[in-house]
Design a binder for this molecule. Sequence first.
Ligand code: ADP
Ligand code: MG
Length: 303
Amino acid sequence: MSGPGADEGLSVQVTGLVKTYSPGAQVLRAVDGVDLDVAAGEFVALTGPSGSGKSTLLHLIGALDRPDAGTITVGSINVTALQRRRLPDYRRRVGFVFQRYHLLPALTALDNVLAPALPRRPGREQQALARELLGQVGLGGREDALPSRLSGGQQQRVAIARALFQRPGLLLADEPTGNLDQHTGQQVLSLLTQLRSERGTTILLVTHDQSVAEQADRAVQLVDGKVQERLAHDQNVAEQADRAVQLVDGRVQERLAHDSPSTSPDTDNFERVNDADGAAGWSGGAGPEAPAPGPLASRWRSS
Ligand code: ADP
Ligand code: MG
């Protein structure tokens, strides 16, 4: 698994995924019918309010937990149909990075990176790989440091090196920058995007931070266990029509679809038009939870 040849990005297909919890009498649908497609090598940011099911979805995709319904396919593996004894093998193809690093406090940085090889004694080749990975995340020379001697950013970089040890085709990162200051968080993020471009690793990353989400190819928002329909009231909807017809001051202003985002009117303009003349503007407009308008979305797609 850790030899050359592994490491190629794995696609992710999630269909009709449901995960319920029954903490008391009532049933909580933590993941409530999620469909999600991630292409091999794509970097997707998963956003959404606290409790919206982001971690649960990540755990299901990583087979740390089992869904109640739906299917998950990663590469050619039907994860939801895997027999229990096959799960450890699958999990080794997936790298996990957590907000709180989850390093083993009694192990050195090097041994933490080698931890996925345990309980077997790591061979010389694996030792060399672990050292190389620590060097790649900027921690050459800190191999023998215990986590308590490392800063948060350094600990997270050890965790990333550990996640990469098995040369995973898919990296699942749950708020990996959530405990870091902005500068350190940006360093960790740059590391992930660099790894993605060098190894083609698919990345699914949960974040609360809009500036982090903007660096992904695309952002998917979860609300109450469901993928938020980002297209509603969005310029993206107009872009997918054959043409868009805009009303301004009660008169039709015809615009071509697929206008460049910079020339597209943004949500604020619609609201201002609406304020000035209740009859004008596009119907609806953006609600308070509305996604960012065109320019941002196109930046996600083009980055
Ligand atoms: P997020 O990561 O978006 O904050 P989570 O996936 O952690 O959301 O949680 C989604 C919902 O499921 C929350 O309401 C949470 O309280 C609930 N939940 C998560 N894990 C469990 C569990 N093991 N038992 C009961 N409820 C859970
Ligand atoms: Mg979470």
